[in-house]
Design a protein around this ligand. Sequence first.
Ligand SMILES: [Zn+2]
Length: 219
Amino acid sequence: MSVFIPLPSDEPLRAIWPTPNHNLIVASEKFFARTRVNPDYGKPGWTRDCGRRFHRGCDIAPINVTPTGKTTRVIFTDCATQTDFESDEPTFIPHDEVFAVCPGKVIELVTGETLSDFGKHVVLEHRWPRSGEKFYTLYGHLSEVAINGQRLGKMGQTSRSADARNWMQIAPHLHFEVHNTSGAAYNPDDFLRHFCFAGGHSCRRTQDELVRFQRGDGT
Ligand SMILES: [Zn+2]
């Protein structure tokens, strides 16, 4: 069961990637943040707590990342047996820049790291080009908010939830989500696949185009 609302896929929106990680189409295993026991951790949908908790955003993994050389203790669940086990996992600091997927108006700008579960974050208001209806994009867990054109700041690990901060130490990411005026979420994975552009090329590719792209003789 999906609780995402349908994307207005006939809208001629041209979006850009929210971070330098452009792997969604060609190498999606490098796009979403993952943990050692949950390869679906950063994907949108019922991907948390062994499928019991819904993730309305997608967690985009950093491209530029530094290992700290330290570890932090997390409690993993073996979903097959519903058994919890503790593990000391390596931690990382992300450095990627974060961009608005399309120009918009800042309607929420939170610069205190413990004021929200999204930590330092930005919410932008946009309009669908054809219908004129509003929609919103959210960029969460930033380390710094510094808006300059479409650049919003830098990926970080901020949240008021100590548990979330701990998970972000081992799986740093940008939490990106898209919702409508009632707060209902679009699938952010579908949004990016459908509307984003990289180097001027649409991500909306046919299977043939994808194969040529992966072989290196397409654009
Ligand atoms: Zn998330």
